[in-house]
Structures are given as structure tokens and as C-alpha cells.
Design a protein. Structure first.
Length: 260
């Protein structure tokens, strides 16, 4: 009788403990997945003053601080003269944990704080920029790590594709992963990075960056792409219908201090 009571009381307790331990382990594994895709942070600054002040800050203070955290930074300006004065910065992190930790580390970086102080004092009354847009992105499966551009690059193309809803955005990402990036490779459109926007100004959307030796090479690459039979087949597939309803393309030049 005692054994029967013991089993009735103890076994459910053992089952509960075992189940709880299993659940805890499962939750721990789910919270800490191995992340092998890079994280990209885009910042687009709108200048209000002569660019020299901001460029000097980026080159001598901000970018070196990120480099000390193991983060590379691409820096770009509009390719064509006469366009709005903008600066594009692209920060590349190996994972989201590094992104979070880098913010904290730079806030405590004495070298950065001392170097930035004159810039902050000068621009407190006369801002060097009015504001900046920011986009946080996760790399695509097809290109999980950035492809470094060749030294002969003079032109980059920055594109944002906006989708009407989350499903359409995922289908557009699938289109790139499964077919479109490979076709870019075939026709000579050189990829740098692709990112699903996790947080940004307009959602849902994606950003990608390609490079070219010059504008003529860029135009020739797009002509080959549009004339390619694989594109003719791809663009009419049902699974890719209505995936991108707005496409913004901007041509950029690398600045002298850019690390891309």
C-alpha cells in the first residue's frame, strides 16, 4: 500500500521535473541559435553644412571607433553632381549580438569620446546634418557574408525594394535567393550585400548593394539582365507576382575613407 501511494505521488513529480528540464533546454536552444548571417546597419545622413566637418568626423573618429570593435564601415556619397548632399554609411556586423554590444562599447570608449567632443561642441549650435535615416538588415541566405568589391570599383548601386505586405516581401527575398542573384552573377552585376530590413523607415522592404567599374558597365549589365531568357521566365512566375511595388535606385561613389 505504501509503495502504491509513493508511486502515485512521486512519479508525477518526476515526470514534471523531467518535462520542465526538457522544456528549459529547448527554450535555451531556441533563444540562442547559431547566427551565421551578417547584420547590416545603413545610415543615410542629410547634410546641412559643408561636408568637410562631417567627413572628418567619420574618417578620424567614428569609423576608427567601430574598427576597434571589429566592424568595417563603407562610406559613400551621391555619384552625380547636383544631387542632394548626402552621406551613406554601411556598418557590417557578424551577428546581432555584436551589433548590440558594439553600441555599448563605443558609449564607453574614452578614445572615441575624447575625439568626438570637439565635433559635438561645434555642431551643437550649428548641426552638420539635419537627421539620418537608419535601416537594420539581416543578410540573405544566398549571400550570408558580404562580397568585397574589386579595387577597380568607382560606382555602387543602392536599391530599396518595397513590398505591399510581409508575404510579398518574403517571396521577393526567395526570388533573389533562388534565382535573381545567380542571374546577376551571370550577367556581370557584381553583388556586395543583400539585407532584409528588420527595422527601418518604410516596411516591409529589402536593401541590396552592387558595384561596377563605371556607369557604362553598370548600364551594360542591366541590359544583359533584362534581355536574358532566364529573366523572361522568372518575372512571370506566379510565386513572384506583386512582390515589389516600389523600387528606389541610387548611384553612389565610394569616399576616399570608405572601407568598401
Amino acid at each position: 500500500m505504501k509503495n502504491k501511494i509513493f508511486l502515485q505521488v512521486f512519479l508525477p513529480f518526476v515526470f514534471f521535473v523531467a518535462t520542465s528540464m526538457f522544456s528549459a533546454c529547448s527554450l535555451t536552444e531556441e533563444k540562442s541559435p547559431k547566427n551565421e548571417k551578417e547584420i547590416y546597419e545603413w545610415r543615410i545622413y542629410t547634410l546641412t553644412e559643408e561636408s568637410k566637418v562631417l567627413d572628418n568626423f567619420f574618417e578620424t573618429v567614428l569609423i576608427p571607433a567601430y574598427n576597434r570593435q571589429g566592424v568595417t564601415v563603407g562610406a559613400f556619397c551621391p555619384y552625380k553632381e547636383g544631387e542632394d548632399e548626402l552621406r551613406y554609411l554601411l556598418f557590417t556586423y557578424p551577428n546581432i549580438e555584436t551589433y548590440n554590444q558594439t553600441k555599448k562599447n563605443i558609449a564607453c570608449d574614452e578614445t572615441y569620446l575624447n575625439g568626438a567632443k570637439p565635433f559635438f561642441e561645434i555642431t551643437a549650435q550649428s548641426p552638420a546634418y539635419s537627421s539620418y535615416e537608419t535601416y537594420l538588415c539581416e543578410a540573405f541566405d544566398k549571400v550570408p557574408v558580404m562580397r568585397k568589391p574589386g579595387k577597380e570599383r568607382t560606382l555602387f548601386e543602392f536599391r530599396i525594394y518595397h513590398s505591399p505586405n510581409e508575404d510579398a516581401n518574403q517571396r521577393k527575398i526567395n526570388m533573389f535567393n533562388d534565382e535573381e542573384i545567380s542571374l546577376f552573377d551571370t550577367v556581370g552585376i557584381q553583388s556586395v550585400c543583400y539585407g532584409e530590413i528588420l527595422a527601418g523607415l518604410h516596411m516591409p522592404a529589402l536593401i541590396y548593394l552592387t558595384w561596377h567599374t563605371d556607369e557604362e558597365a553598370r548600364n551594360a549589365g542591366w541590359k544583359r539582365f533584362e534581355a536574358h531568357p532566364d529573366w523572361d521566365k522568372m518575372k512571370v512566375k506566379e510565386e513572384y507576382r506583386n512582390t515589389a511595388t516600389k523600387n528606389q535606385a541610387r548611384l553612389l561613389s565610394p569616399l576616399s575613407y570608405s572601407q568598401l
